[in-house]
Design a protein around this ligand. Structure first.
Ligand code: ZN
Length: 583
């Protein structure tokens, strides 16, 4: 083959793959790319096998790129092909304000690595990331880990958070860790102290609170800046113990909200008692949230802060500091609370539950952590679609698990192949089977090309055959009913007790079952099943038998157990272990 032609062809496939990836949330699919390629270049049909190999190789490489990277390549080279997709995305999120004021839109997601991420963080992440995609900006991940005492960071969570962002396909362009930046915060503290815009308060906390709630200065506030600079030195050198000195930023002592008045910026922590997991005991003066966050947002060039409205007061506090430093406060979007009914979204509840042994791990199916959702087969696409539809509204919003499931179902239903899982199996002997039958059950009703599970039912000499069916079904149906074995034949239940049941063959045609309004049940011939456990959302386990066809599945595959629900495969060996997603 002509190597130059080969390079050209490869490049063309790359274009198709990139466009496909951009339209499908960063994941190009080999099938549609081949279809498109052969549609445009029918002469390649003769080389289908070679083309398939080549396309899947290129698709693989394209899928290794971050979705932002994919998008920027497409925008640079084939922007016109994107127009349709782009309009759709922009229409769905309202535009950001004052974008033209800035050279580039920069957003940040800034978690404290003291817990894993959960659904409650999705809004901040997805909105920040999607806006950056919309404006071709920059997305920053910033670990806010400067409280080794009350919100103590934990090493494993830095990586878990990175993993969660990668899973959401919201990969940051830059990453910062605040505990690496302590000297920067010290520098600005000193500047504010020197300028008389901050002071080191050594009053007992009670005394300070009393003064400030009365709108009066404490005895430290009006001392000359030199005194505060020397107190600051003393603070750094370890001259004050925990609780003995606080750097406070001056605000308005008559501010109507007492929480705004002279807010704390840095304080002393007993570093022997509360070492930091990354830097140990070598630092004992730690910045507080508003100080570190406010300084970083400016220094990192954040243009749009997108966060919950519980941060409104923080903006008021930080504004004083911004004015003192001659900085301009970024655009701030404060969205309302997002509540998911039935999910524990409070970090402290999750952490306490794990500590108390109530939950087994961070991915316990009862939790709404990303790790747990991932394990259950909830896709990141579903989460993102839901968040974008909700948007950055300022009103509080309550959604239910069912809302999320509905988004997820739309995404996984076309992908998920169908299998039978008989929960609480009971042996059912069907008698009077007149001949042998072949059941061809499609792996997916809309995709016959994916193939079938095929069962040949060969009755014994006495015209009987044995099946596993679910006790739940028999209990619900009762004796005397006509029921249809999906894809096979119709039987009448003659007898049922705790461990076994009997039925008689009645007819083959589906039409007869339909006319009689016979319920459909699923079944597995005895001898072709494997044990299966499905972990349910309440952490109970549904036990039963799955078709041996499940052996062809791999961990992470999402399938539908018909009449049971969608599940994600966790493990396949001599038995199937799966996690339940939803109906
Ligand atoms: Zn004081």
């Amino acid at each position: 083959m002509d190597p130059q032609k080969d390079t050209k062809l490869r490049e063309f496939i790359r274009k198709l793959a990139l466009l496909n990836a951009v339209r499908h949330d960063g994941k190009a699919q080999t099938g549609p790319v081949i279809g498109k390629l052969l549609g445009e270049k029918p002469e390649l049909r003769a080389r289908a096998k070679e083309i398939t190999r080549l396309v899947s190789e290129v698709v693989h490489k394209v899928n290794d790129l971050s979705s932002k990277k994919q998008k920027s390549i497409v925008e640079e080279r084939w922007a016109e092909a994107l127009v349709k997709g782009k309009v759709e995305e922009e229409r769905r999120l309202p535009p950001l304000s004052n974008v033209s004021k800035y050279a580039q839109v920069i957003t940040r997601f800034s978690p404290n690595p003291d817990c894993v991420l959960h659904l409650g963080s999705a809004r901040a992440i997805v909105l920040c990331y999607k806006y950056v995609c919309m404006y071709n900006g920059k997305f920053i991940l910033r670990f806010e880990d400067t409280d080794p005492k009350l919100k103590r960071p934990v090493l494993e969570f830095y990586d878990r958070i990175r993993e969660d962002l990668a899973w959401l396909k919201c990969k940051p362009d830059e990453e910062y860790i605040q505990s690496d930046r302590i000297s920067i915060y010290y520098e600005y503290a000193e500047k504010l102290l020197k300028d008389g815009k901050a002071y080191v308060c050594t009053c007992p906390p009670e005394q300070f609170r009393e003064k400030v709630s009365a709108g009066k200065p404490c005895k430290c506030r009006d001392l000359p800046p030199e005194e505060h600079v020397s107190r600051w030195q003393c603070m750094l050198e370890g001259g004050y113990k925990e609780g003995e000195a606080v750097v406070r930023v001056k605000t308005d002592l008559s501010h109507p909200n007492p929480a705004v008045r002279d807010w704390p910026a840095l304080r002393v922590i007993n570093s022997e008692k509360h070492p930091h997991p990354r830097i140990g005991s070598k630092c004992h003066v730690w910045p507080l949230y508003n100080f570190a966050c406010g300084i970083d947002d400016h220094l990192m060039g954040v243009t749009h802060i997108i966060r919950g409205k519980e941060h409104l007061t923080n903006m008021v506090r930080q504004n004083y500091m911004y004015k003192y430093l001659g900085w301009q406060y970024p655009e701030a979007i404060h969205y309302g609370r997002l509540k998911i009914t039935g999910a524990s979204l409070s970090k402290s509840e999750i952490v306490q539950g794990i500590r108390a042994g109530l939950y087994e791990s961070w991915d316990d199916p009862r939790l709404a952590t990303f790790a747990a959702l991932r394990k259950r087969g909830i896709t990141s696409e579903a989460i993102k679609k839901l968040i974008i539809d909700v948007g950055p509204k300022t009103s509080d919003i309550v959604i239910s698990w069912e809302n999320l499931y509905a988004y997820n179902r739309k995404i996984i239903d076309p992908r998920a192949n169908r299998y039978f899982f008989v929960e609480n199996p009971i042996q059912l002997t069907v008698r009077n089977i007149p001949k042998s039958f072949t059941a061809k059950l499609s792996l997916h009703p809309d995709h016959p090309e994916r193939g079938f599970r095929e069962y040949v039912i060969e009755p014994r000499e006495d015209s009987s055959a044995d099946f596993w069916v679910s006790r739940n079904d028999l209990n619900a149906l009762g004796v005397g009913r006509l029921v249809r074995f999906m894809g096979l034949f119709n039987v009448k239940i003659e007898e049922a007790d705790t461990y076994s049941a009997e039925a008689s063959f009645m007819s083959e045609a589906y039409e007869k079952a339909r006319k009689a309004e016979a319920p459909l049940i699923h079944w597995i011939p005895i001898g072709v099943g494997m044990p299966c456990q499905v972990v349910m959302p309440d952490a109970t386990i549904a036990e039963g038998i799955a078709e041996t066809y499940c052996k062809q599945l791999k961990p992470n595959d999402t399938i539908q157990f018909e009449r049971f629900g969608f599940v994600r495969i966790e493990e396949i060996n001599t038995k199937v272990i799966a996690y339940y997603a939803h109906r």
